[in-house]
Design a protein around this ligand. Sequence first.
Ligand code: UGA
Length: 434
Amino acid sequence: MKITVVGTGYVGLVTGTCLAETGNEVICVDIDAEKVSKMQNGVVPIYEPHLDVLFERNIKADRLKFTTSLDEGLVFGEIIFLALPTPEDEDGSADLSYVLNVSEEIGKKIQSYKVIVDKSTVPVGTAEKVHAVIAANASCDFDVVSNPEFLREGFAVDDFLKPERIIIGSSSDKATKLMQRLYSPFVRSGNPIIVMDEKSAELTKYAANSFLATKITFMNEIANYCEKVGADVDKVRAGMGSDSRIGKRFLFPGIGYGGSCFPKDVKALRKAGKDKDYDFKILESVIKVNDAQKTVLLPKIEAYLGNNLTGKKIAVWGLAFKPETDDIREAPSIYMMKALLEKGAELTVFDPEAMPNIKKSFGNTLTYADSMYGATEGADALLICTEWSIFRTPNFQKLKGLLNQPAIFDGRNLYNTEDLQAEGFTYISIGRKE
Ligand code: UGA
């Protein structure tokens, strides 16, 4: 099949590349000429494990192409994916201007039947709006389908190739059949393609992300309470998670959820509710609790190092919002570092992938270390914000030798408390006995 993907963010790029992998011919369109030229030369513009191999293979096979010309893209594909940004507006709602502007162009340019697929996370009713904007300009037949994406950064290729489910919101049999044909190679293991109306599909995405954010936040509150009563959240998590109705995943407490999706989507759903006079009280609480959770370790650091952090040196391991990505959007590390800098602390930081991005916003207010151990040299404490694998089994004796004081504040519960105490560390984590 011939496919066009408009927008080469991580969703668009992964979608385009993985669809080429099953033999489709794919053109990806982006307005960023520099990025397009890089991609034409085989450079993957984002860090996403395994994407480079597929990218190179499909470019070589001539199945994956890039262009800045929307016109070229709109003529090429029978199916046109919109993978455009829907940033947070000032009031928390999703800004649809990118999606609607491209829709207008689609209406003006298409000459033959096309299926327009909303892949972006968009509020309920967007497919209807996109349909209306295209219809106002189009002279040929077309359908609009909602096909929300459930990729996780860092696992995006795997999630695309082996999805647990595909959601298709469509009211056209013709479009539904084309979408089912396109996705059939990815669900051969029997995972479902669930077809529903467009609005339900759009809401499924917000409901899924908001539920997962709520699940994490609930666990963070249980962790905070564990500390008050001397219980251990890891034990509680294992006990709860063994109930298949609850499930083991997404129960890991920490210094809050971040990223480009959960924070934005939870706020957008709350705002969408308000617009319909519906007050999502749960989401209101989730936002509040998560905001506070990002700096939950701050008072503990102050209790250890003293209220005046001026001149105190703190090493920070992990800056990305989660491991296996260089993405720092809404990363809890940012909130912690800002709070520590405000209190006068000096921070030396290390992250395997996200340092260039952090440097762009923090500049020379931070010291950037070449290695994880390098960051800890002469530091009064180590703070861990992201659970990269390389942080999981450090040489504790080496670390103790490098740190000025053997103290670890762990926002991701990487280590066993008794082990660290036996090694002679002051070890403070989330929701566990100190
Ligand atoms: C999330 C969803 O998991 C994807 O299904 C969805 O497609 C994507 O948003 C999106 O809307 O595009 P992502 O933001 O890449 O994916 O990251 P997650 O792995 O879900 O993690 C989100 C945040 O939750 C991270 O900050 C992570 O540290 C935190 N988290 C996750 C916890 O604090 N505890 C957990 O148990 C799990």
